[in-house]
Design a protein around this ligand. Structure first.
Ligand SMILES: *Cc1c(COP(=O)(O)O)cnc(C)c1O
Length: 359
């Protein structure tokens, strides 16, 4: 048991069952298992089936493993964008998504929002755009895009693909997968695992788009394109030698999540975030950075401190609490608190008690 609680959004605190699963994995030889063995296929299928159940993922979605979420940004640019993508930019991660798509040689357009805000109206998107990229939870600023907005964007632009970066909000958010075409996460945030694996969910429309792109002469990827991933996934394999240990651990943690129940996980997340936002919104020194309730992330809560951070951080660390630093330039004025399934109610109650006593 680590001596302090890690509230950094990523890599975040490990889910409490991870050390046991790691020990079991080494005992049974998982780390040196051939990725062409039957046993590996079983591990892939176990993780994918568990995830499908946890997220209530429709049958027309495939589940693919990559190196990271950064890789998925790039593969989306290569496989899914024919000509131009649209990006709703509300912080550093959504901005990087756009840059990477541009680096794949595609055009992009964007709406850039003020830090700490999201949208309350559907943005205008041009006809040339064939994919809309949305960062549902902007980890750098603690802003979340309301799910109703995603549904409205879909009904206004039914013919464009919609890609959702849900790296720091899954499994908490209850995405309507019929209103989007692809979503993705990496495992060191809400799944409480060591970094080193990206998980890409994509529907049949995405497969068709990739085929169309290939026919147009576009390069849809290298060792990973959505088509190679899909071909191998049909036999529960990956094109390359993957991070077998991480896929095994993911399956095990998902099994633990399913045993606990996604409803319970979601209710507890909301309980914990409500506790912290209530504390911050009435505190004399430490306040929420995102003011509008509708845009406040439930999974990454960003706080700002009027008098500066130094005294607050050493006070929290003295109480066994490791807050996440603010992102980039906000390091000096903000702290981030991850609220993932790995963070218990007791840990949040402890955090809130300590902040309440700070003056
Ligand atoms: C952390 C994060 C990423 C990048 O994840 P990697 O696993 O480092 O590639 C992308 N998007 C969001 C919203 C994130 O929080």
């Amino acid at each position: 048991m680590p001596s302090s609680i890690n509230f950094t959004p990523g890599p975040s605190q490990l889910y409490f069952t991870v050390p046991d699963h790691v020990r079991e994995a080494f005992k049974t030889g998982i780390p040196s298992l051939s990725h062409r063995s039957k046993a590996f296929q079983g591990i892939y299928q176990f993780a994918a089936d568990g995830l499908r159940e946890l997220l209530q993922l429709p049958d027309d979605y495939g589940i693919y493993f990559t190196g990271s979420a950064n890789e998925i940004w790039e593969r989306i640019g290569q496989s899914l964008v024919s000509k131009q993508s649209f990006h709703l930019i509300n912080g550093a991660f959504s901005q990087r998504f756009e840059e990477i798509v541009r680096e794949t040689g595609k055009q992009t357009e964007s709406v850039v929002l003020n830090a700490g805000s999201s949208i309350s109206e559907v943005p205008t998107i041009s006809d040339e755009t064939d994919l809309i990229a949305l960062t549902q939870n902007e980890t750098s600023t603690g802003v979340s895009l309301p799910l109703e907005q995603i549904a409205q964007i879909r009904s206004r632009y039914p013919d464009k693909l919609i890609a959702v970066d849900a790296v720091s909000s899954l499994p908490y958010i209850n995405l309507d997968y019929s209103k989007i075409d692809t979503a993705f996460f990496s495992i060191q945030k809400g799944f409480g695992l060591p970094a080193g694996l990206g998980v890409w969910l994509a529907n049949k429309k995405c497969i068709e788009r990739t085929k169309k792109n290939q026919a147009l002469g576009n390069k849809t990827g290298t060792y990973h394109s959505l088509l190679t991933l899909d071909t191998f996934a049909a036999k529960f394999q990956t094109p390359e030698t993957p991070n077998v240990l991480a896929i095994y651990l993911l399956g095990k943690v998902i099994e633990d999540f399913n045993r606990r129940g996604i409803k319970t996980i979601r209710n507890e997340t909301l309980y914990k975030s409500t506790l912290l936002y209530q504390c911050l919104s009435t505190h004399s020194l430490v306040n929420p950075f995102v003011k509008a309730k509708a845009w406040q992330s439930q999974t990454v809560i960003v706080a700002e401190c009027a008098e500066g951070l130094e005294r607050l951080v050493s006070y929290l660390q003295g109480a066994g609490i490791d807050p996440g630093e603010g992102y980039g330039a906000a390091k000096k004025t903000q702290l981030r608190f991850a609220n993932f399934p790995a963070h218990s109610k007791e840990q949040f109650e402890w955090l809130v008690d300590k902040i309440n006593l700070y003056h």
